[in-house]
Ligand binder design. Structure first.
Ligand SMILES: Cc1cc2nc3c(=O)[nH]c(=O)nc-3n(C[C@H](O)[C@H](O)[C@H](O)COP(=O)(O)O)c2cc1C
Length: 224
């Protein structure tokens, strides 16, 4: 009997922001890994509200990725409430998560007040141009809102062989890609394997935990 058949079917929401498609490719690998583990998966995007002036909209990978990205459903607070496990990721921007993903996280702030995500499982992913220019720091920045929401963080253990083999992205802190500053290093098999392993692990863990719904307002009132 597999873990998936022993416990409830996990519901996993993957929220992605991407321009040139590498973070999107990683999100798809994560979603596939979770599905292979038996989870019901929603793969959603965030809104790209404004053009970013340093994004080259003439690049072929931008044009191809944006067609695919636009076809994804737009993430909502309901997608996070529905899920037992939430995995979100964005390209690195100045060593941090992107503004569109951050805007989405701000948008779902009422979930924090309601304590709606307490006890759910969270995990993160990113893509950077450079090898040592914010890859792991972006993963850390993506984790902080999960801790504020009272969630349980999930990373990638070194029992995943691709984590030992990788020559660029992927870390114990989450899944990641290093594309090179012109994007030409792309996404490789180790990075995708680490993404799939993360998705599968979130599916396994979130099938075993129960959310702990609790009102932050009631706790605040009790503290006075
Ligand atoms: C405004 C801006 C800021 C960026 N900041 C960083 C950075 O701090 N470190 C880095 O390695 N790459 C940085 N990049 C490059 C992107 O993170 C990189 O191109 C990423 O692979 C794109 O992911 P995507 O293919 O999903 O769009 C930046 C790109 C832009 C447009």
């Amino acid at each position: 009997m597999t873990n998936a058949t022993m416990s409830k079917q996990a519901k996993v929401t993957v929220v992605v922001d991407s321009r040139y498609g590498s973070t999107l490719a990683l999100a798809q690998a994560i979603a596939s890994g979770a599905r292979r583990q038996g989870a019901d998966v929603r793969l959603c995007r965030v809104d790209i509200a404004e053009p970013e002036f340093s994004v080259d909209t003439n690049r072929a990978d931008f044009i191809a990725a944006q067609r695919e990205y636009a076809d994804l459903p737009r993430a909502s607070a309901a997608d996070l409430e529905w899920a037992d496990g939430i995995i979100w990721g964005s390209p690195t921007r100045y060593g941090l998560m992107s503004t569109p993903l951050r805007a989405f996280i701000d948008e779902v702030a009422p979930l924090w007040r309601a304590g709606a995500l307490i006890g759910k499982v969270g995990a993160v992913f990113t893509s950077t141009g450079g090898m040592h220019s914010g890859n792991e720091m972006t993963l850390m920045s993506l984790m902080l809102p999960f801790l504020q929401h009272g969630m349980i963080l999930c990373g990638v253990p070194h029992s995943e062989p691709a984590l030992i083999k990788t020559q660029k992205g992927g870390s114990p802190y989450g899944a990641s890609v290093v594309t090179g500053f012109d994007g030409r290093r792309g996404v490789d098999d180790n990075e995708l394997a680490i993404g799939a392993a993360l998705g599968a692990r979130v599916a396994r863990l979130s099938a075993q935990v129960e959310a702990e719904p609790a009102s932050v307002d009631i706790a605040a009132a009790a503290a006075c």
